[in-house]
Ligand binder design. Sequence first.
Ligand code: MSP
Length: 626
Amino acid sequence: MKRFYITTPIYYVNANLHLGHAYTTVLADVLGRYHALMGDEVRMLTGTDEHGQKVLEASRRLGTDPRAHVDGHSARFREAWDRLKIRYDRFIRTTDEDHVRRVQEALVQLHANGHLYEKDYVGWYDVKEERYYTEKDLVDGRSPDGNEVAELREKNWFFRMSAFQDWLVEHIESTPGFIQPDSRRNEVLGFLRRPLEDLCISRPKSRMDWGIELPFDRDFVCYVWVDALLNYVTGSGDPGRKEMAGEWWPASTHLIGKDILTTHCVYWITLLKALDIAPPDSLLAHGWWLVDEKKMSKSDGNVIDPMAMIEPLGVDSFRFFLIREMVPWNDANFGLDSIVKRLNTDLANDLGNLLSRVTNLADKNFGGRLPSPGEAELTGLRGGWTSLLEGWQERVRENDLYGLLEELFRLVREANRMMESHAPWKLVKEDPEKAALVLAEMAESLRLSALLLEPVMPDKSREVLERLGCSADGVLDWQAEARQLQHGKPVFPRIDAKDLRKTLENKSGKTPPPAKVEEEGLVDFEHFSALRIVAARIEQADKVEGADRLLKLILDDGSGKRQIVAGIASHYKAEELSGRMICAVVNLKPATIRGVESHGMLLAAKTRKKLTLVSPGEVAPGTPIG
Ligand code: MSP
């Protein structure tokens, strides 16, 4: 039995899940399911990348503790994968105890074998991408990706990556299919034509301590990319094993987006070599999903939330669109028109309509009972299916899902043509037996389509098979069997472009047009979540001289004393406030009100006449509210 171990990148927990994350993960799942259908033993690894400066900054921005922050985000990824029907075998988190321990073992081993050295580092750091750049890498004072960079001067640990450059080039050149597609392989080889620099693998704790400590130099934590890349090995088997690599290593395929080609094809492969661990069999880099031909970005307000797509499209159809639409491995466009066109053409018209016509005619004329298609081959469909069935496994092994689905839908369209030319609804009047045979051949074509689409649309495929009176673990071969069909509501209803547009606009994270913002006072989630609100105890309250309505309050906000000025004197007497728990916004810019400094605000319910302080209940000062 062959084994197939597929991995996805582990996703950063500093930002929300978006379409790109969903695509890679769905693709890994679909590839895994196709391999399982071929009888391979399959393991899929996915997870979250939880250390590093970006994550730390995101948690600070939200005023949460980094651990609570990563727990929450990581759980959200898992929930999303459950909803998208992803069958993973392990969800690894870089904060998992066994991962941390093995990363430290790997670092010790690299150190002991002379692959690491210390050096003063002078250069530029791109916080967004967590990458170091030298002066010559910068473009107009920014990183090659256009991000802001900060100047850095510090001691660090370096990995002698340059020592493996020749070996790496030789390995890529002599291993066909190692980096797929060829265009990406050539890109990496192009990059390797320049001398490779050594890789800085540490971060001083004095600057950033949210990471895995270097066991041989406790002032440092491990560079987040080294920590993250190691997940593929640390998560490759039984967490309690002795060896660094688990029983599933080497991975069959690391699935990645084209954005992380260098880290995977250069950093990772040389690190493995230095650790004396076999390289993965292949790396497959897919393209970008664009939205209306533009890269998704928060600032353009065109980030697609994949979860918002589930409701209007249905999970299976959404998965289908993602897999069917990306021409390997170019960029693909995520747009309303392409979704509507793809789903209505392939699923509603070609597949759904054929199913509906066949079950309907069988139901009306033969009580749903169809004979075995037999040997007559009235429609000639069998030949096409036989050749697809001979080649599909090869296509899967070559990751050519696009070609497989193209061929499958070509056959479905051919079946529709045969339906028109044989017109069983007419034929049934002259030669019912022949009409039943034509329908039986259609039903067999539909059965094979459903079986081969099962990895992409697990539940919809089952529904189709049920309508056909077939089992989901049927033989992938043209079968001569009589069947009892069932007619019913369309399995693939048409998508309404208008409804979808509405959902897309409301839920994709697109910023509503400015007029609307003013009208409805809508605020981005990000703006809202940037507010840090905590429970606080009023320690002391005093009148502000010369201002009837103001009180000066001294709060205990869990991290110390905080002074705020609040316009509540007409509703509360200073004496009755001391000891009361309130909700305070603690990250507002300080203001001076009537000569008194105010470092925050409190929350209150307010009508024109009455104001009531919002109480967090019996919780400790400093407890976050959100
Ligand atoms: N944490 C690193 C990966 C470490 S792996 C050892 C990381 N994380 S990420 O959250 O930024 O996810 C990157 C991956 O998400 C890409 O490689 C790609 O697989 C997917 N996508 C992100 N945006 C994408 C598109 N717009 N289109 C398609 N996929 C893209 O990088």
